[in-house]
Design a protein around this ligand. Structure first.
Ligand SMILES: [Zn+2]
Ligand SMILES: [Zn+2]
Length: 101
């Protein structure tokens, strides 16, 4: 099973949940390290995407650098906006067709 087709539910649309870390105390703040820049997150809200944490500033599409809000797309640890995620999917599909047909 590769990430193509219906089987690859891991690389897909991901919901961003904002966690208010100021309520839960300091303990969880220490654990929050941004998955993109690897710096500790000291903001009030930590953006959680697929069990990873991001600074609001780091929640950007890795192609166009557009800031992402409530919905983003993740593939191979990179975040994408909707537009570029579908472009990427198209590219993988074409690549797949090219090699297997
Ligand atoms: Zn960051
Ligand atoms: Zn983009």
């Amino acid at each position: 099973m590769h990430g193509l087709g219906e089987g690859g539910s891991e690389d897909a649309q991901a919901l961003v949940t904002q966690q208010d870390v100021s309520i839960s105390g300091t303990e969880s703040c220490v654990l929050c390290v941004c998955a993109r820049c690897e710096m500790p997150i000291r903001e009030r809200y930590v953006n959680r995407v697929m069990e990873r944490s991001f600074h609001t500033e780091c929640l950007r599409c890795c192609v166009c650098n557009e800031q992402l809000s409530s919905t983003c797309f993740m593939k191979e640890d990179c975040l994408y906006c909707k537009q570029h995620f579908y472009k990427l999917l198209m590219f993988y599909t074409l690549l797949f067709l090219f090699f297997f047909i």
